[in-house]
Design a protein around this ligand. Structure first.
Ligand SMILES: C=CC1=C(C)c2cc3[nH]c(cc4nc(cc5[nH]c(cc1n2)c(C)c5CCC(=O)O)C(CCC(=O)O)=C4C)c(C)c3C=C
Ligand code: FE2
Length: 505
């Protein structure tokens, strides 16, 4: 998706954490971060948060090493509960893979887009205007559909996501079985079939007693895993069976050895296709998110992404592969600032700097999808060749790569003793296993940043105060309504400029 080609009203995303789902205040810890620049190996950044009442943590082995003193202190002050639920033969284990979903036919495109834009984790309206969420989603999805259909038509008439995710589920089931863990594996999509609700119905019919929830996004973002977990939380809350079913969530797994190895294998293999592999710049392209998600709402996505890339580069270094590399963010939407640098601008810059060989590595998603098959393979390749890059290559998405699937199976197995445990308190568990927690705990972890914003004020103030945010939001919505009316009546404006509405000839 080209940045300018997506219809959305991004100024509505003033904050990505809905206040109506807020959980009680908890303690929070941030332990460092860094910015990432081209070719300079940025060292391990940290995504470590904790809640003082229940210890849901998101961090990796490496980040733990860096943060050890404060975390040790934290652990010492907590009750060290053993994993509470020994795993018995009576248990029926289920694994729920969460994914985004994609339209399977061109007729699915508009309703799929409606579901996406109706998600408050994608478009956030100020509270006063929440009732407009669905009409707005309808409006934007109808406007966007023709362009989006073009993209899906060019990749064969629909998204391959369901087929690939189903295959991953089947391979994961087999890998678990081979490791003596018979389990059923379900697929729950956020915006298209099979919807998460459908998967949950099947889980209930099958009488699953222990569930491992595994979002298929290596790095956590409010807009992806967060959105799916929020949905899951609301489904769990309303259902007696589910309230009593034990579960645990693996919120992100970008730091796992098997995943890192699998990514490094793919990169190493693809480098061999170039005539001078050592002269190739490795170009990690991650899906972007609006900057406000990271800076206002505490989305760990950027930090996790940077750490993930450090780990992959460290692994490659061990294999004596020391190529220059860089990270950029693709698929931005509308005029607000998204995570930078942007992929398209970076490609142009690299061309200007005389880089001749680029190997694109899609890093935020484990299946081929429209943004790899169309945006990277067609749009960015074309841009690169125009910008002076002479040789372009692309690493395939992981799909059903055996090392990767086997590692996912290990992640599930390692999480099993913690299914149903209220909190993960063991230092070793935190150090060596996937970070775990219940849906509720994990949703609470990314609330920490927001609580650190200035206290609510009653008078108008400029800046990021709650009052200012509210009034900015209201003013923005009024402006949106006025602009939309003007746009439709005059045939001119930003939607036409972005190519979302056709220009009058
Ligand atoms: C980690 C991956 C992804 C993040 C982060 C993400 C955030 C995000 N996306 C949009 C808007 C759209 N996304 C669309 C499709 C889409 N997005 C991802 C992944 C991430 N999105 C995937 C895998 C897909 C589906 C691809 C497929 O094959 O079907 C679309 C629709 C596609 C189109 O119209 O071209 C939109 C729109 C936002 C606004 C956002 C963060 C706030
Ligand atoms: Fe997206």
């Amino acid at each position: 998706m080209a940045a300018e080609s997506i219809a959305m009203l991004p100024w509505t995303i003033s904050s990505a954490v809905p206040s109506d789902h807020r959980l009680p205040p908890r303690g929070g810890l941030h332990c460092g971060s860094h910015s990432h620049t081209s070719a300079a190996p940025a060292r391990n950044c940290v995504v470590a948060r904790y809640s003082s009442t229940q210890s849901a943590l998101l961090f990796s082995k490496n980040s733990l090493r860096k943060c050890l003193p404060p975390l040790k202190a934290l652990v010492a002050s907590e009750t060290l509960d053993a994993p509470s639920t020994p795993f018995s033969g009576e248990d029926k284990v289920g694994v729920l893979l969460l994914n985004l979903g994609g339209p399977e036919t061109l007729d699915d495109v508009q309703p799929f887009l409606f579901n996406l834009f109706a998600d408050p984790d994608i478009i956030r309206l100020p509270r006063l205007f929440r009732f407009l969420q669905k009409p707005l989603a309808q409006f934007i999805s109808v406007l966007r559909a023709p362009k989006s259909k073009e993209g899906y038509a060019s990749i064969g008439g629909g998204s391959p996501l369901r087929r690939i995710t189903d295959a991953q589920a089947e391979e994961l089931r087999k890998a678990l079985y081979a490791k003596d863990v018979p389990a059923k594996v379900y697929v729950g999509m956020r915006y298209w079939h099979p919807f998460t609700e459908e998967a949950i119905e099947q889980i209930k019919r099958d009488g699953i007693t222990k569930l491992v929830v595994l979002p298929l996004y290596p790095q956590f973002s409010i807009s992806t895993s967060g959105s799916s977990l929020r949905l899951l939380e609301s489904i769990f809350r309303e259902d007696e069976y589910l309230v009593n079913m034990q579960h645990t969530v693996i919120p992100s797994w970008y730091q796992r050895e098997g995943y890192i190895t699998a990514m490094a294998n793919l990169i190493e293999k693809e480098l061999q296709c170039f005539d001078s592999p050592e002269k190739v710049m490795i170009f990690f392209s991650a899906h972007g998110v609006p900057l406000a998600y990271v800076e206002e709402a505490g989305d760990p996505y950027k930090a996790e992404m940077e750490e993930c890339i450090d780990l992959i580069m460290e692994e490659l270094e061990k294999r004596k592969i020391t190529n220059a590399y860089t990270l950029a963010y693709q698929s931005r939407v509308g005029p607000v600032e998204w995570l930078k640098p942007y992929t398209d601008e970076t490609i142009i810059e690299l061309g200007k700097k005389g880089v001749k060989r680029l190997l694109a590595v899609p890093i935020s998603f484990v299946s081929e999808h429209i943004e790899t098959l169309e945006e990277i393979d067609v749009e960015y390749k074309e841009l690169a060749l125009k910008s002076g890059i002479e040789v372009w290559g692309r690493v395939p998405a992981l799909g059903c790569e055996p090392t990767f699937i086997s590692d996912l199976a290990d992640a599930v197995i390692e999480s099993l003793p913690y299914v149903g445990a209220m909190a993960v308190s063991h230092l070793e568990a935190r150090q060596s296993l996937v970070p775990l927690g219940s849906v509720e705990e994990l949703l609470a972890t990314y609330d920490s940043q927001r609580r650190e914003l200035p206290a609510p004020v009653t008078v108008w103030e400029w800046g990021w105060t709650k009052s200012a945010e509210t009034w900015n939001g209201r003013a923005a919505m009024l402006a949106v309504v006025v602009l939309l009316v003007l746009e439709v009546t005059t045939g001119e404006g930003f939607l036409h400029q972005w190519g979302i509405l056709p220009l009058h000839r």
